[in-house]
Design a protein around this ligand. Structure first.
Ligand code: UT7
Length: 341
């Protein structure tokens, strides 16, 4: 039994905000943002767009891609989905209902169980492993839609130059299918290794202030700021370099391979410096690492999926290629997956 990626999709809002656009509003410069993060722009959703709307666009793109290969209609494929798992930190509602349920209705995926997970920027990696586990558990489940969708612009403190320059909006979708291919040995395919970690002692390094049960809104209260991300950049940076490095090492070790066997490493796109530091420590060549942070900034649970979809649609992943996804972020959470394409 294997768990293979059959299609991918992405959705990015059309409104592109450059570093210079930000510098007109916040005390920052294009030079600072580029040199400290590698970010050149981010895409920001218009008012009225919610997490499920971007998720829907990404899901439709993935379903259409699968429909083209299968010769079925995207609507029929949606109706046939067994599972929808949506990773987000910026849901349509605070907890109830899940954004996955809103998406299920929009897609007409009436046979799919649907729920959200919160594993922040590692969300897509967590969700893929959960999907594979749930497909394995039941003979009747065949196909899962795994989504990372974020409107970080809605939980960004636009007056905090230390964090607001980092984030963007976007969504990505992956269709994971249970097949008869082997998961081990010669001819193995799909998701072959996963590593998931968390270190809750770092929860306060990156969190959303306001609106939860820890700090609920009270009737009559005047809000001076919407709920927003508060980040200790230094702590998250140091954690991220270690997490990225150790996850790559752990995945290689778990599979008994060296970095030479890997075609693509797709890291969470948080900061090009984080990726470059891990790259230097492990001696990874540039051609193995995929970075698109310059265009999209950090889109949390969506970032790895957007990158994967870009590579997939550009036909830059060949059948049999080993692809490594690595996530790290708030929680603190980190982890990775090894996939035979
Ligand atoms: O998914 C995970 C999400 N989070 C992350 O990935 C964040 C991880 N952390 C980082 O990427 C980095 O820590 C940052 C990019 C956030 C900050 O970079 P840094 O090199 O650690 O800068 P810093 O916070 O040490 O600040 C250096 C200077 C400070 O000025 P002084 O005190 O030296 O005069 C800051 O006030 O840069 C200043 N600064 C800025 N200047 C212009 C901070 N933000 C900005 C800004 N524009 N946007």
């Amino acid at each position: 039994m294997a768990f293979e990626i059959r299609a991918t999709g992405r959705a990015v809002p059309p409104r592109r905000v450059t570093n210079q656009d930000l510098a007109d509003r916040v005390d920052t410069t294009d030079e600072w943002i580029k040199s400290h993060t590698g970010i050149g722009a981010r895409h920001i959703a218009d008012e009225g767009i919610a997490c499920s709307d971007l998720a829907f666009q990404a899901a439709e793109a993935a379903l259409s891609q699968l429909a083209e290969t299968n010769g079925e209609s995207a609507a029929m494929l949606a109706a046939d989905l067994d599972l929808i798992i949506l990773a987000t930190t910026s849901a349509d509602y605070i907890g109830v209902p899940s954004t996955a349920c809103v998406l299920q209705d929009k897609l007409g995926a009436r046979n799919a169980a649907a729920f959200d997970i919160t594993a922040c920027c590692t969300g897509l990696v967590y969700a893929l492993e959960i999907a594979a586990g749930l497909l394995a558990m039941n003979v009747h489940r065949k196909r899962a839609l795994v989504i990372g969708s974020e409107l970080l612009s809605r939980i960004t403190d636009w007056s905090d130059r230390g964090s607001c320059v980092l984030f963007g909006d976007g969504a990505a979708a992956i269709i994971l299918e249970k097949t008869d291919a082997p998961r081990e040995g010669a001819g193995r395919r799909g998701l072959i290794q996963s590593i998931l970690h968390a270190d809750g002692s770092g929860a306060q390094a990156l969190f959303v202030q306001g609106g939860g049960t820890r700090d609920p809104f009270k009737a009559g209260e005047v809000l001076t700021k919407q709920p927003h991300l508060i980040m200790d950049g230094r702590i998250v940076y140091n954690f991220a370099v270690k997490a990225l490095t150790s996850t790559i090492e752990e995945l290689l070790q778990a599979d008994g391979i060296t970095i030479d066997a890997v075609r693509w490493i797709i890291p969470h796109q948080a900061n090009a410096r984080i990726v470059n530091a891990a790259q230097k420590r492990l001696g990874i060549s540039d051609d193995k690492l995929y970075l698109n942070i310059e265009e999209y900034a950090n889109t949390s649970a969506a970032s790895i999926g957007i990158a994967l979809d870009e590579l997939n649609r550009a036909h830059r992943i060949a059948q049999g290629d080993l692809v490594m996804l690595v996530g790290f972020g708030a929680g603190l959470t980190y982890g990775g997956s090894l996939i035979v394409w």
